[in-house]
Design a protein around this ligand. Structure first.
Ligand SMILES: Cc1cc2nc3c(=O)[nH]c(=O)nc-3n(C[C@H](O)[C@H](O)[C@H](O)COP(=O)(O)OP(=O)(O)OC[C@H]3O[C@@H](n4cnc5c(N)ncnc54)[C@H](O)[C@@H]3O)c2cc1C
Length: 350
């Protein structure tokens, strides 16, 4: 299912804002949706699914109730199908950066690193082990070229790469996917990998070799040695494996794809209590030290906590009941089963 993805840089208002579109953040959309609570989600990744989609999309999971075997990606796809009736709005490829309370309007105001503003009555932190951040290569003047836009770690807008001289470094799915997608629109594209063997999907590897044969990709088996350029990145020297001389490649932008690590990031500065990089919560509402900010999934802590998807799903259900009190302070929740409530079935479009 294609999610509704918003362009960055706009101002939005919603009932509940979920930070993290991992399995637990996604299931929270469902539980909140049953209670007529509308959601936006922010995730630094370009796709939903959190660890399941980023770290183990093809690995089988065996402990999701009633799904004897399901892969990480299948679980994400199923969750996306399950929450579709509630039309959640996704802000992908954006880091939740700053959270402030707007006392006058009784709302939280979240800003992302892409200048999106989202106002919401409740915040749900479902940020797992933190945000995925790219592993950075040890290259000369790296920070200088990052600031000048000569080194980028994600492709936010394909248009920005049109007619550019691009060097992609890496041998996994991201490196190969972007090599294949950007080659046709670039002025030229060089793919640098330190060995012949690629860890990407075989189909993408074949596409890359086809583009190489058609002269649209230059493939160099070797390692980047040096970045050059005064006020911007202009050239990269590469040492080919087995070669004696370094090769120079003219370049406007380098895209290193060396995988991701997880870091807590700006959430640590949101003003809520943390203990050992986890957010302590109670086990009835899953509320943090700040009223109307909840924490569910791998990011929270309470006695007996198990970092399992199953636990996060349970937490999402209970948290939603508590969130309802802030959004509909005058309405009492009447407990209903989805099997027997026609009003719930109507919300689900069945
Ligand atoms: C190899 C492996 C195998 C596993 N197998 C199982 C298993 O069999 N069964 C099981 O139950 N569990 C398993 N797990 C654990 C399971 O994946 C986690 O418990 C689950 O992913 C937690 O879900 P979550 O939604 O809380 O967090 P995550 O899946 O970590 O998602 C959190 C999301 O928040 C985003 N985020 C964080 N901070 C920010 C920010 N500031 N701004 C924007 N976005 C942000 C991240 O990018 C991420 O997408 C496994 C984990 C691994 C690594």
């Amino acid at each position: 299912m294609e999610p509704i993805i918003e362009e960055p840089g706009k101002i939005h208002q919603t009932d509940a804002l979920i930070i993290g579109a991992g399995p637990v953040g996604l299931f929270a959309v469902f539980e909140l949706g049953l209670l007529d609570i509308k959601c936006h989600l922010v995730d630094i990744l370009d796709f939903p699914g959190g660890q399941c989609s980023e770290l183990y999309p093809e690995k089988p999971i065996y402990d999701i109730p009633a799904l004897p075997i399901v892969s990480g990606q299948e679980l994400t796809d199923n969750l996306m199908k399950q929450i579709k009736p509630f039309n959640p709005i996704f802000h992908l490829g954006q880091m939740a950066r700053e959270l402030k309370w707007d006392r006058k309007n009784n709302l939280w105001v979240l800003k992302t690193d892409e200048e999106t503003t989202i106002k919401a009555r409740v915040i749900i932190i479902a940020a797992g082990g933190g945000s995925f951040v790219p592993k950075k290569p040890p290259l000369n003047d790296r920070e200088k070229y990052e600031e000048l836009g000569g080194i980028q770690y994600a492709v936010r807008k394909i248009k920005n790469f049109e007619n550019k001289r691009i060097v992609i470094s890496g041998g996994g799915d991201s490196a190969l996917d972007w090599a294949v997608n950007l080659a046709p629109i670039s002025e030229n594209l060089t793919l640098v990998h330190r060995r012949e063997d690629f860890r990407a999907a075989p189909d993408t590897v074949s596409k890359m070799y086809k583009l190489k044969d058609d002269g649209l990709i230059d493939l160099i088996i070797g390692q980047i040695k040096e970045l050059k350029g005064k006020d911007k990145l202009e050239e990269i020297s590469i040492s080919p494996v087995g070669g004696v001389e370094t090769q120079s490649v003219k370049c406007d932008v380098l895209l290193p794809f060396f995988g991701l690590t997880m870091k807590l990031g700006p959430i640590a500065n949101f003003g809520i209590n943390f203990e050992n990089n986890l957010i302590p919560v109670d086990t009835e509402r899953f509320e943090t030290s700040e009223k109307s900010i909840f924490a569910i999934g791998d990011i929270n802590f309470y006695p007996g906590k198990l970092k399992l998807i199953l636990s996060g799903f349970h937490e999402a259900a209970l948290m939603s009941q508590a969130a309802h009190e802030y959004i509909y302070p005058d309405k009492k929740i009447r407990f209903q089963y989805t099997t027997s409530s026609s009003s719930l079935q109507k919300k689900l479009g069945v």
